[in-house]
Design a protein around this ligand. Structure first.
Ligand SMILES: *Cc1c(COP(=O)(O)O)cnc(C)c1O
Length: 817
């Protein structure tokens, strides 16, 4: 680590730069500038420093000649950059002082930044953590994504129901941290046809698109922690080419393009708001191809600019596909190598299949992407030909391995047969990649056992595991400064780049003085959250209560409705069991539902109505509160996570591939209540059984229950507390005068068949909560467990995830500047 930035920082020059931007960029004066103008001007002044380092890194000869990873993702949920970049630059306190002298408070200015919400949830946030860890460890890299005009919708509630509003994250002024790179723009085609022609007696093919658009890159700086290395997150924006489609107008294709009713500005207009669900829309496929094509061309440009041969592409560039969303990059690279560069099929395939690696993020069938063959054929006719040829050669391999076994061919084929033939993007990704990884040990084993067993037999070394991680810079040092200081006071300040060092904190787990300091920090963080809730939602909270937190996308498999049933059971018991006692508890939710996901929106509605009633019910004496915080996003996660006592990770076993929210909260000293799912399994391994509350069915038991015919009514009739809790949803307890308004959730759990086994896990879940409640009343014992959580989760640093990729998959080296 080189604190060079600190030496270089020239306060007066910086202040002059801020003032210059205030006047010349934002046309205001020192006297009249709003807080927002100050934030923007400060951001621009800081971005001057990072743009300089970005270009220095880009032109560094050692880096240009080293092997790089290209992380392709349709989502990067980066969160606000200003505060985090100040930490990475090592300039937080200097800039704080500099702005103070200008009469501004840094913390207020940081609140002016809108989150760039360019992702849905875990998958996009993972991509952001990975970029941070790549830059921090100085591994040569480029992140490639899309420059959506509108990020994930903004959520508000009207009478308890979710409302969606567009998220114009750049506002009218633009985002201060991004820089346009017009010289690196690309042209991208769609539609049209494939022409066959002769060259030197050989038959060759070329794609003549019917519509062409421009891909304009915007670079966001990913600042290496306390280093001068800045790598780009390159986001492509779609623009019309002027004069629009003149060539296609002349050859008659103009109307075909018109017919699609797509104008160029549309392609990157908005992020699709579905998490773990695919909806086969044309415009989404256009986004995917636009992103892949622009990125592959940029990668080849860099490779060829240094004079490297195409044959050596896999020695210098590796391309990581974040889920199947960028999979069309595989046929795109093949097309360029064969049609544009004149390589043979075999040479092109040897290069391509050593360049791509694929990360699988889910086993949920509704999330596994397939695209209509007819749509692909129409939009990308040459790519469809290449996919057929890849499949043809692959099925030959399958026949050689399993002669005469048609069912194997049918199951593994990239093309799914049927009335509407579909292209299976996961199969294409496995066939076209040199490595495939799941995102936690359990998930990777299920990928081998249940999702791709035949692929695993055919390619025994291809399927691997890389357990997800989170960046400790944003998710501890930045979001929890008090805990960071306490840790540093004990073990020094090197832990943010070597998180295993936190283990040394365990020696203080029994130390009463340290316990008291640790819990005082937690209390202050709870107060910060309580203040936020009071001023933004008007709800007053007691920070002595257990802060019980479930924050993540709203999805049946994540089972917010199991948590809801627990709340209903507590409410029922507080009102009906005279001897029932419990530690005061505040249950927090934050979650967006996909706009078209009806049941998820009904669950939000039910939780809001339950919250309204319980929070105002004098009979329960403030023992229980429910707070549903609107508009879940990175910046609100940064306030909630340091304040959590209890981390809810209660997905049906086998459904949550990894989770990363679980890691963030454990790192900040929350105790997990969770199922044996995703990375919970590994968190338990690290912190030990005594310091986590595991409950419920495991993967095998879930499978057995389904196989034996699960009937939720069996549980309903056998468990009076469950029955009473569920029936609260039928009356008008939470919707006075309007009984039955919450019954959609009730019905889904009974007549709907309860596909995620909420009722089957209810009793065990209630018991686990009772054990936590007892433990909370012994504050010293609780403190010990909380400290051990922070101390023992160093494994979940995304620095370790990236080193796993580097060592086991990418095989590349850090380059120190
Ligand atoms: C970490 C994070 C997620 C992922 O949470 P899970 O609990 O792993 O689903 C989603 N959204 C935001 C804003 C996050 O910070």
């Amino acid at each position: 680590m080189k604190p060079t930035q600190q030496k270089q920082f020239d306060k007066t020059a910086f202040q002059n730069s801020v003032k210059k931007h205030l006047t010349s960029t934002y046309a205001t004066t020192l006297q009249t500038a709003t807080s927002r103008a100050w934030y923007l001007a400060m951001g621009r002044a800081l971005a001057e420093l990072t743009t300089f380092d970005l270009l220095e890194t880009e032109h560094d000869e050692k880096i240009r000649h080293a092997k790089s990873v290209n992380y392709l993702s349709l989502e990067f949920l980066i969160g606000r950059l200003t505060g985090n970049n100040l930490i990475s630059l090592g300039l937080y306190s200097q800039v704080n002082d500099a702005m103070n002298e200008l009469g501004q408070h840094l913390t207020d200015l940081l609140e002016e930044e809108r989150d760039p919400s360019l992702g849905n949830g875990g998958l996009g946030r993972l991509a952001a953590c990975f970029m941070d860890s790549l830059a921090a460890q100085e591994f040569p890299c480029v992140g490639y994504g899309l420059h959506y005009e509108y990020g994930l919708f903004k959520q508000s509630f009207a009478l308890g129901r979710q409302q969606e509003a567009p998220d114009a994250w750049r506002s009218v002024e633009g985002y201060p941290w991004e820089v346009a790179r017009p010289n690196l723009a690309q042209e991208i085609g769609f539609y049209g046809q494939v022409e066959v022609y002769q060259e030197n007696g050989e038959e060759r093919r070329r794609w003549v698109p019917g519509m062409t658009v421009k891909a304009m890159p915007w670079d966001m700086p990913i600042v290496g922690y306390e280093s001068d290395t800045v790598y780009p997150l390159r986001l492509w924006e779609c623009r019309a080419i002027a004069p629009f489609s003149l060539a296609s107008f002349n050859n008659g294709n103009y109307f075909e393009a018109q017919h699609a009713l797509i104008d160029a500005g549309n392609i990157t207009k908005v992020l699709y708001p579905n998490d773990n669900h695919e909806k086969g829309k044309t415009l989404r496929l256009m986004q995917q191809y636009f992103h892949s094509a622009a990125s592959v061309r940029d990668i080849l440009r860099r490779h060829e600019e240094i004079g490297h041969s195409l044959e050596s592409l896999p020695d210098y560039e590796t391309i990581q596909l974040n889920d199947t969303h960028p999979t069309i990059a595989i046929p795109e690279l093949m097309r360029i190598l064969i049609d544009e560069k004149g390589l043979s099929w075999d040479d092109a395939w040897r290069i391509s299949s050593k360049t791509f690696a694929y990360t699988n993020h889910t086993l949920l069938p509704e999330a596994l992407e397939t695209w209509s063959e007819a749509l692909l054929q129409h939009l990308l006719p040459r790519h469809m030909e290449i996919i057929y040829q890849i499949n043809h050669l692959f099925l030959k391999e399958v026949r050689e391995k399993w002669p005469g076994d048609v069912s194997k061919q049918r199951k593994l084929s990239i093309i799914q047969e049927g009335f509407h033939r579909m292209v299976r993007m996961a199969n294409l990704s496995v066939v076209g990649s040199y490595a495939v990884n799941g995102v936690a040990a359990l998930h990777s084993n299920l990928v081998k056992r249940d999702l791709f067993p035949e692929f695993h037999e055919l390619y025994p070394t291809r399927l691997q595991n890389v357990t997800n991680g989170i960046t400790p810079r944003r998710w501890l040092k930045f979001c929890n400064p008090d805990l960071s200081e306490l840790i540093t006071s004990k073990i020094g300040d090197q832990w943010p780049t070597d998180l295993d060092q936190l283990e040394a904190i365990s020696q203080y787990a029994d130390d009463p003085q340290f316990q008291q300091q640790f819990m005082a920090v937690k209390k202050a963080n709870k107060q910060r959250l309580a203040d936020w809730v009071e001023s933004n939602m008007g709800i007053v909270l007691d920070t002595n209560a257990i802060f019980d937190v479930q924050i993540k996308r709203l999805h049946e498999y994540k089972r917010q409705h199991l948590n809801m049933l627990h709340i209903l059971s507590l409410y029922h018991r507080l009102l009906n069991e005279p001897d029932f006692d419990m530690a005061p508890r505040v249950v927090f939710f934050a979650a967006k539902a996909a706009p078209g996901y009806h049941l998820a929106k009904e669950i939000i509605y039910a939780l809001n109505k339950i919250s309204e009633r319980i929070n105002g019910d004098p009979r329960i004496n403030d023992k229980l509160k429910v707070v549903f915080i609107p508009d879940y996003r990175v910046s609100i996660a940064e306030i909630i996570i340091p304040a959590a006592d209890v981390s809810e990770q209660i997905s049906t076993a086998g459904k949550e591939a990894s989770g990363t929210g679980n890691m963030k909260m454990a790192l900040n000293g929350a105790l997990t209540i969770g199922t044996m799912d995703g990375a919970n399994v590994e968190i338990r391994e690290e912190v030990g059984d005594d310091n986590i509350y595991i409950f419920g069915l495991d993967v095998d038991q879930v499978e057995a229950l389904h196989a034996n015919g699960y009937n939720p009514y069996d549980y309903y009739h056998a468990d009076p507390l469950l029955k009473a809790s569920l029936e609260l949803l039928l009356g008008d307890e939470f919707t006075p005068g309007e009984p039955g308004k919450l019954r959609v959730t009730y019905d889904s759990l009974l007549d709907g068949g309860d596909p995620y086994l909420v009722l089957a896990d209810f009793a065990a879940y209630v018991q686990a909560h009772e054990a936590m409640d007892r433990q909370y009343r012994d504050q010293a014992g609780w403190a010990k467990k909380a400290i051990l959580n922070t101390a023992l989760v160093g494994k979940f640093s995304s620095d370790r995830s990236i080193r796993d990729y580097v060592n086991n998959i990418w095989k590349l080296e850090a380059v120190k500047r």
